[in-house]
Design a protein around this ligand. Sequence first.
Ligand code: FAD
Length: 404
Amino acid sequence: MLEPQTIETVKATAPAIQANAAAIGNRFYEMLFEKAPELRNMFNQTNQETGVQPEALAYSVYQAGANIDRLEELRPTIERIAEKHRALDVRPEHYGLVGETLLEAVEEVLGDAATPEILDAWGEAYHALAEIFIQKEAVKYEEVKAARGGWTGYRPFYVAEKVPESDVITSFYLKPKDGKAIIPQQPGQYLTLQADIEGEPYTHMRHYSLSDAPNENYYRISVKREDSENGNPAGIVSNYLHRDVNEGDVLLFAAPAGEFVIETEEMPIVLISGGVGVTPMMSMLNTLVQEDTKRNVTFIHAADSSKVHAMKAHVEQLADTYSNIEAYTCYSAPTEEERTHKMFDKEGFIDADWLETVLPDEQADFYFCGPIPFMKVVNEILKDRGVPAERRHYEVFGPESTIE
Ligand code: FAD
């Protein structure tokens, strides 16, 4: 238990952390990688270069500090981060070095403002939070180890099939090299790939949502090729998978993880995706079909055009077969042919007026995934529609951040 004085000091200084977030985050990672260069293998190095990860870290530290007296409100965030930690094989011994380095970065950036009293208070708060994570993660490691077909660390899978789904998205069907059982994922969960790519100085870890219904034979991930844009380098791992990985090749994966999963409810369910955000939605849709759901399902997908519209035929076929499934498509850059043949339901981006015409009238459970600007728009529309936070579920395909 933290002393009231410690809590007060941490809360009072959280805004200073937020104001210096980028500087603290950058300095923290510089110092961390100087002390322990091997940790570069664990942290996404592209996110370091683009500054996304340092900002995400400092944001999490600020959030933790500002809410240190009501951690219950951070429960979903803590669960999400603990799941990612388990997937990345974060262990108790990592917490000491991270905490020590974080305090050094705060001290350096805040200068004289970081008095010994303030640093001690943040040190105690960090320790308390680290204990929560260590305990939660210990339970998660145990659970995944004990489950039938579960494992800890990274397990070899061979690519049983490599199937193009659109001009930019390709699916990989993965089967365990040892031929033993695999733990079925919960629909919406992701696998974590540890990629050792020839010529790359580090191992690259990337998360990929599972894109098919749970089963005991294979996992399917569907990966978008991130091309070079505006002079920025092309995505390392997605291009490696598209270009170099073929059927029969072996890849290493951590067991399924993630909190973005369908909750058992009776009410209608709405799945909204943009671009490659379709992957967890596909897993959810296929699971609902597999379970012979009686729920009304509305599946909405936004893409530029049919060229990059993955799994289109499959979704159309499900909507044709099942009377409780409705599927809608929005194209932001349709071709003339798509216009002529009315191959979409809405031209342009998703907006409130159009959504109103396709959403169920009753209360529904909403799941959405896509680029951050897309999710911010969807989230705002749903909020305006009065959908409470507990019915707005979303996954960010990047470091921990908020769309609120
Ligand atoms: P990176 O090398 O990580 O680059 C990322 C982007 O940054 C690229 O667009 C690249 O062009 C750009 N970039 C690179 N260097 C710079 C620079 N210096 N300045 C500016 N920009 C730069 N992806 C999927 O395709 N399918 C999924 O189902 C999926 N599920 C996910 C689930 C979760 C929970 C999470 C967190 C992510 C998921 N992702 C998914 C994203 C995936 O993990 C990778 O981030 C994605 O494949 C890009 O990785 P990469 O190595 O190809 O690109």
